[in-house]
Ligand binder design. Structure first.
Ligand SMILES: Nc1ncnc2c1ncn2[C@@H]1O[C@H](COP(=O)(O)OP(=O)(O)OP(=O)(O)O)[C@@H](O)[C@H]1O
Length: 257
């Protein structure tokens, strides 16, 4: 569904990504992990066509450069890490922007568009805030509104850049479970960056470890999350054990590195 081949990005005079390769099959969840500044967000932005890049990105077999914007918006939804939000726009109107690819030129949103938007807000605990201007939200509420807009788009590919950083534990679980349910029910293909390695291992089918702009490792969570790789690329001293479901859980070891 998503195929990235030989992807390189230069920002300013620095090559931020070098020949990165990634494949995500329909209905799969790939989590991109890696230290700060590794190039994770840049990878997502390149897949979205928001930064110039070398190499190819294909979505559902189509090279991104050849997809018309409206078609692309029906194919892929993207929730950036911290987008600029129009302060006076209400939560509902902002989430409704996700329906733009379905609204006819010079037309208005349909009842169905409003229903989809309302249902996404409901599922993200935002229904009560629907009329609130974006400037009057907490950081975690803002983050969920950005996600609501992406989910309202109902695209089969979902790109989420650090979707849970500002969320409390309950809302983290709510968001990740919702994405997982949509993936299992509708065959959504999910690519997300995640800083919490245990969470990434728990939800994703496979992990891509990006370090200094290179794909340093990829595969099943237990193949990528080894103490040696985490120590080498994150400079962290950790203990990794299988959790109750057999997937790796990463513990920080006090006193290191
Ligand atoms: N416009 C720019 N010009 C030059 N360098 C840039 C530019 N934008 C980002 N970078 C650099 O590109 C590198 C990759 O940034 P990116 O945001 O992709 O990292 P990341 O892995 O998502 O990091 P984090 O975990 O901190 O969010 C960083 O070193 C960053 O400083």
């Amino acid at each position: 569904m998503i195929s990235v081949q030989g992807l390189s990005v230069t920002l300013g005079s620095r090559e931020v990504l070098h020949e990165v390769r990634a494949d995500v099959a329909r209905g799969e969840w790939l989590a991109v992990i890696g230290p700060n500044g590794a190039g994770k967000s840049t990878l997502l932005r390149a897949i979205m066509g928001l930064v110039r890049h070398g190499g190819t990105v294909t979505l559902d077999g189509l090279e991104t450069g050849t997809i018309k914007p409206r078609r692309r918006a029906r194919l892929i939804a993207y929730a950036p890490q911290s987008p600029l939000l129009p302060p006076d726009m209400t939560v509902f109107d902002y989430a409704l922007l996700g329906r733009t690819p379905y609204i006819p030129y010079l037309g208005r949103e349909s009842r169905h568009d409003r229903e989809v938007t309302g249902s996404v807000l409901e599922r993200l605990d935002l229904a009560e805030l629907a009329g609130r201007p974006l400037a009057h939200l907490s950081g975690g509420e803002r983050q969920r509104v950005v996600l609501a807009r992406a989910l309202a788009q109902q695209a089969p590919i979902l790109l989420l850049d650090e979707p849970t950083t500002a969320l409390d534990l309950g809302h983290q679980q709510q968001v990740l479970e919702l994405v997982d349910r949509l993936r299992l029910a509708d065959g959504l293909t999910v690519l997300t960056t995640l800083h919490d390695l245990s969470v990434a291992a728990q939800y994703a089918d496979s992990l891509l470890l990006v370090a200094s702009g290179h794909a340093a490792a990829s595969g099943r969570p237990s193949q990528v999350l080894t103490e040696a790789l985490v120590s080498r690329h994150f400079g962290a001293h950790v203990k990794i054990e299988p959790g109750p479901d057999g997937r790796p859980v990463v513990h920080l070891v006090r006193g290191g590195p």
